[in-house]
Design a protein around this ligand. Structure first.
Ligand code: HSE
Length: 440
C-alpha cells in the first residue's frame, strides 16, 4: 500500500528528530502502522535549514500554505509553536481535510475548544501527544489506558527548565537568578524563559491533561499560574530540613465543589518518587479510583524524545484515518456531546496544606500570637520549626524565622489569616507562603 504522506511545518529541533527517527525505524514503524509513513514536504521560512533537515527527495518550501494546499498530503505536522500563525495554519489544514499532529500546548490550551470543534465538524483528527511532557505517553495513558477510571487527581513536573533550576538551587544552595543564568548558558532555558519560569508552559500542559482527565473543556484562562521566580534558596533549605523538596507542580483535582487547576511551587515529601525527579526530567502521577496511583516518567523535551510522541500520533492516525470518525478516540477522551460542565474552582476555594515562613522579632509571645491567629481561623498546625536567631540574622540578632506547616485549609481562609499576621508589628518581612502536596 502507498505510504501515508505527511507535510511538516517547521523544521527545527523536533522536526529534525522526527525525520531521523522515522528514517531509522521505518521498517518497524511500517509493521506497526500497516503502511509506510513518509514526510514528503517541509515548510520553513529558513529553506536552507529545512533542506538540511529533510535531506534529498523531500519537497522544501518557504510557504506553509503550499503544504496545506497539496492534495497528496494526508497529515500536517505543526511544529511552529505559538498562538499566532500556528492557529491560522492548523485551522486551514483542518478546513482542507488534513489530520493534524501538533506539539503546540500553548495553542491547544488557549484555542483548543475552537480547534477541536473545527476538527470534529470536518471529521479529522488533531493529535497532540508531544504537547505534554515530551516523550512521555501521558495523553495516551489518560485518554485510553486509564479509560475505566474515574480519575481523582493528577500532579506533574511538566517543565524541565524549572525542574533543572530547582534541582540546581537545592544541590548547590544557589539563588534563582544565578541558576537561571547557568541554565541559559547550558542551553536548557530559552533566552526569553518567561513561559517556563513563570509557570505558563506548565499551566498549558496541565490544562490539557485536566480536560482529558475530567472531560471538561480546555480552560487555560481559569488556571492559577505561579512560577518559581520568587523562590528563595533559604526556603528550599528549610523545606529539606522538614523532609520536603520544592517542585513546580501542575495539579488538577476533582472535588465535590469542582475542579482544581493550578501551577505553583509545592513542597512534596522527599520520600515520594515525584520529589526525586531531578534535572530536566518530567513526571506525572495520576490517581484513578480503580487503578490507584500510577507514575509516568521520562524526558519532557528534546529532539528525539518529542519526535517519539509525534510519530506515535502519526501511527495512530495512519491506523484510524479510514475508520468512521465516530469510532475514533475523542480528542478530549470524552465524546464532545458528553462533556462535563464541572466548574474550575477559583483559587480561594482550593483546599491544600501550606508552608509558611515568617521573619519575626525574637520576643516573648510572638509564637503564641501567630499560632493563636491560625487557631482562631481554624487552621491546624502540622509542624513548627524555629531557627536560632544567631543563625538567621548573625550574632546578637533580634530576628528569627518561624516556619509553620499547616494541615489542609481553604486557600481563602489562609489568605485572610496571612493578612492579619502580616499586619502584626512583630512580623518584620513579607510572609512566604508555599503550598504543600502530600500526594497520598
Ligand atoms: N520548555 C519546556 C520545558 C519544553 O522546559 O520543559 C517544551 O515543553
Amino acid at each position: 500500500m502507498k505510504s501515508i504522506q505527511v507535510g511538516l511545518l517547521g523544521a527545527g529541533t523536533v522536526g529534525s528528530g522526527t525525520f531521523k527517527v522515522l528514517q531509522r525505524n521505518q521498517e518497524e514503524i511500517k509493521r506497526r502502522a500497516g503502511r509506510g509513513i513518509e514526510i514528503t514536504m517541509v515548510a520553513d521560512l529558513d529553506t536552507a535549514r529545512a533542506r538540511e533537515v529533510a535531506g534529498e527527495g523531500v519537497k522544501v518550501v518557504a510557504d506553509a500554505r503550499e503544504v496545506i494546499a497539496n492534495p497528496d498530503i494526508d497529515i500536517v505536522i505543526e511544529l511552529i509553536g505559538g498562538y499566532g500563525i500556528a492557529r491560522q495554519l492548523v485551522l486551514e489544514a483542518i478546513a482542507a481535510g488534513k489530520h493534524v499532529v501538533t506539539a503546540n500546548k500553548a495553542l491547544l490550551a488557549v484555542h483548543g475548544t475552537e480547534i477541536f470543534a473545527a476538527a470534529h465538524a470536518k471529521g479529522v483528527m488533531v493529535a497532540f501527544e508531544a504537547a505534554v511532557a515530551g516523550g512521555i505517553p501521558i495523553i495516551k495513558a489518560l485518554r485510553e489506558g486509564l479509560t475505566a477510571n474515574s480519575i481523582q487527581w493528577l500532579a506533574g513536573i511538566i517543565n524541565g527548565t524549572t525542574n533543572f533550576i530547582l534541582s540546581e538551587m537545592r544541590d548547590k544552595g544557589l539563588d534563582f537568578a544565578t541558576v537561571l543564568k547557568e541554565a541559559q548558558r547550558l542551553g536548557y532555558a530559552e533566552a526569553d524563559p518567561t513561559f517556563d519560569i513563570e509557570g505558563v508552559d506548565a499551566a498549558h500542559k496541565v490544562t490539557l491533561m485536566s480536560a482529558i482527565a475530567f472531560g471538561i473543556p480546555v480552560q487555560f484562562d481559569k488556571a492559577h499560574v505561579e512560577g518559581i521566580t520568587k523562590l528563595a534558596a533559604q526556603d528550599i533549605k528549610y523545606a529539606e530540613q522538614l523532609g520536603y523538596r520544592i517542585k513546580l507542580l501542575g495539579v488538577t483535582k476533582r472535588t465535590a465543589q469542582g475542579i482544581e487547576l493550578r501551577v505553583h511551587p509545592s513542597l512534596v515529601p522527599s520520600k515520594r518518587l515525584l520529589a526525586n525527579v531531578e534535572g530536566a526530567m518530567n513526571a506525572v502521577v495520576v490517581h484513578g479510583d480503580a487503578v490507584g496511583t500510577t507514575l509516568y516518567y521520562g524526558k519532557g523535551a528534546g529532539s528525539e524524545p518529542t519526535a517519539s510522541a509525534v510519530i506515535a500520533d502519526l501511527v495512530d492516525i495512519t491506523r484510524l484515518h479510514t475508520a468512521d470518525a465516530a469510532h475514533r478516540v475523542p480528542h478530549l477522551a470524552f465524546h464532545p456531546d458528553a462533556m462535563s460542565d464541572l466548574k474550575v474552582l477559583p483559587m480561594a476555594e482550593v483546599v491544600t496544606s501550606y508552608y509558611l515562613r515568617l521573619r519575626v522579632a525574637d520576643q516573648a509571645g510572638v509564637l503564641a500570637k501567630v499560632t493563636g491567629l491560625l487557631a482562631t481561623a481554624g487552621i491546624s498546625i502540622d509542624a513548627v520549626l524555629q531557627r536560632e536567631a544567631d543563625e538567621v540574622g548573625g550574632e546578637g540578632s533580634t530576628q528569627t524565622d518561624l516556619i509553620i506547616l499547616t494541615h489542609d485549609a481553604r486557600e481563602g481562609t489562609v489568605d485572610d489569616v496571612l493578612a492579619e499576621l502580616q499586619a502584626l508589628p512583630t512580623v518584620l518581612e513579607p510572609i512566604v507562603r508555599i503550598r504543600k502536596e502530600e500526594l497520598k
